[in-house]
Design a protein around this ligand. Sequence first.
Ligand code: ATP
Length: 917
Amino acid sequence: MGKPYYQMTVQEVLDALKTSENGLTNDEAERRLKEYGPNEITEDAAVSKWMIFLSQFKDLLVIVLIVAGFISLAIGSVRDGAIMFIIVIINALIGFFQEYKANKVLARLKELITSPAKVKRNGELTEIPQSKLVPGDIVYIEAGDKVPADLRIIEAFNLRTNEFSLTGESVSQEKNNKAIMHDCILADRENMAYMGTTVASGSAYGVVVATGMKTEMGKIAGMTQATTTTQSPLQIELGILAKWLTGIVIIISIGLFGVALWQGLGLFMSMVYALGIAVAAVPQALPAQVTVALASTSKRLAEKKAVVKNLPSVETLGSTTVICTDKTGTLTKNEMTVTKLWFDDAEYQVTGIGYEPKGEILDEKGTPISEEKIKELEIMLDAATMASNAEIHPPDDQHSGWYPIGDPTEAALITLSMKAGTRSPKEDEENPEIHEFPFDSERKRMSSVRKFGDRLQLAMKGATDSVLSVAKYIYRDGRILPLTEEDKEKIQKLNETWSKRALRVLAIAFRPLEANGQDYVLEETEKDVVFLGLVGMIDPPKEGVKEAVASCHQAKIRIIVMTGDHAITAQAIGKEIGLSEEGAPPTYTGTQMKKMSDSELTDILMSHKSIIFSRVAPEDKLRIVMLLEAQDEVVAVTGDGVNDAPALKRAAIGVAMGQKGTDVAKEAAELVLLDDSFPTLVEAVKEGRTIYKNLRKTVLASMTTNMAELMVVLLGLAGIAMKNWAIPILAIQILAIDLLAEVLPLTCLTFDPPDENIMKMPPRDRKEHIMNFKNSVEVMFLGGLIGTLAFLNFVMFMKRQGIILTPEMMENPLFARATAITYLTIAYCQFVNILSRRDDEKSLFNKAFFSNKILLGSIVWSITMVFIGIYTPYVSDFLRFEGPQISDWIFILGASGIYLAVYETMKLFRRLRMAKA
Ligand code: ATP
């Protein structure tokens, strides 16, 4: 191979890749796509499937079960050994499918939030999926983008990229298009931008030199794909719980082993029972159930346009106590329409709605203004459009009305000048842009240096206070006059009046420039500007925002609006959406905030239901998040720009905007809102609350059954020790309960729909554990009751039959029938238990009984499976069951009736206690 791309000049690279600055043709790109394959980092799917499957066996408890299986085989108990292996394999398969599915869900969600690549095809800039990029494509990248393939820069405008993900270098790197004449390492190749790195600032055109696995990122993919999966607080809690339980059951099984040995069961048999029971009493399916529940909630959330990037965030979402949201586009539609103008001391109205260039400019009396007046206004309208990069387009297949491309604020100005008829379709050719100082949310203005024949002029627009701060003159009667304090006061007053009507106000200015300027310095250029006038635009609240705000209030979730917009505009919108009962909520500006000490600001943050911070900069957002988190608040914060990334990363839940958000913000966030909408965020919180509640039900129901199984075994232990009774249930039968009767209904319990009160409760305490003292006592009581009822049924069966089943009689058919009764008692009580768990207070027979049809179906399925296990010839032999008779069934169903009655009484007392409180 010849020289590496970074050592070639731009032309050499273009030649080598058989392309030009105009990009490839569509046909050529298609051909290359076939040749080079999609631009994707692929992993070896077969290997990763095996890895997931094998990882199912790494659980200590499973290993114990496998050892137990081998021991059973060794002592000739082929049946027990076989059953243990079958159960291990079935369990592993269930775990594998659930985990595999969860991974797939996550991968699909990640696809949903990858942005398209901006590429030149047939000489025009268009957007295509990143996977369709091919070597030779010319790609445009700008601040906030993730670089979509390996690029050789062909033209750079102040480009800096962040290459931490590739080189570990945390300072952003300046890039240019100059060839490097010597060998150098990746980190020093200043004319290359690599896939997966991000654009910190500036913009550039680059030619794609490598795609997919051929990129530098692709080459190290094997190393980075060993993803570290983070665990949710609940998963961590379950891990600790499992360890505790393991300790407890090991002690019990050693006890059982000793007693069994003493009863003459033989060394190996005693060992097999002890190990099997130890394993059976642990909820080994729970971790997989949590994963399934989180994955299915993530899928549902994505359908509602909220995409989570990792499963644990779903759970954290549910504990959100404060939402810090921006305004424009999140609370409001970000569909701007200019409705007011102020120019040369006169106020005008503009008619029409949306981006359609249809409407009129009316004077103070409401009559359309004359052509001459429009001519006068033109200087301001031109400045406004020349400082705008957006476009408006007529309706097409995908859009039912006129729509903007680019910043809606700027698009509204384009619409305005088209309504007035002052916009030339060839504006950019007639008055080309020489330099641009792009908008940023710190400066709150932007400006563009334009060429007018041989003259140069700066066109500027921005927040009124921001433009006024650099204005020295005002345009009046066709003349440039000094801007007086009186003028400033008047302008600010009008700004305030319009803002009170929820208008977004923008000031327009211009400045004639010397024609010799080469390098434009911001401070030198954006000064002494001539103030032209104001435009006021409406941006109505989004549908559903008012309701979502009310829902947050009910759910005791506080809302902090952090906006770059003017305080009064934000207050007016705040009023419209019901942010506070007392009209507008307390409002502070970014400047006021900067003067406050941390403790003063904390006091404010903690003492209001809703607050507005206006004219904030991204670092103010970070400060607010940090102070709130120091008070143990669980904060969800929204953001879209590169500068928002620190706040998004810092917050418990960083929320990026899918439409207007940059790749950098999306990468830093846990949640991406595809529709940029506040109601969607609140919906996600609701789903988070629901899933936590459902998982709590599953954990408690599962622990209750495990407690029941332990109780039977413990009572059985006492029976062997004191009365020489045979064991009331075999280890393999306990495993069969888990598999046939429990796994599916417990999983389906997590699909319970949200109950009507879910957003009427305050947020849960994140530090609270599911297995706290109260719940542990309840689980012990309820599980103990099921275990006792099952053991009593076993004993009563012996009484009814008038025999004593001793350990020597374990081959007797009556023993098989007795254990079937113990088994069925546990299984049926457990069905009651799962259904009762759905609501802590309401009776099982409430109106929501049929609301979770999958759960009811899973119970019917489990009942069928249990019948097959007990009554089908070969299967029942395998599990050592003998079918109970009608009289036995009376006792089995009687026990579950008693259990139901006790549970219902418990709920009744709870309801009475709540009614009193
Ligand atoms: P939020 O932070 O709630 O999304 P926002 O969009 O108004 O609100 P910024 O984008 O930071 O916040 O804008 C701050 C101010 O800058 C606006 O109030 C407006 O006056 C001005 N502004 C917004 N967009 C532009 C633009 N494209 N060009 C010039 N000035 C702008």
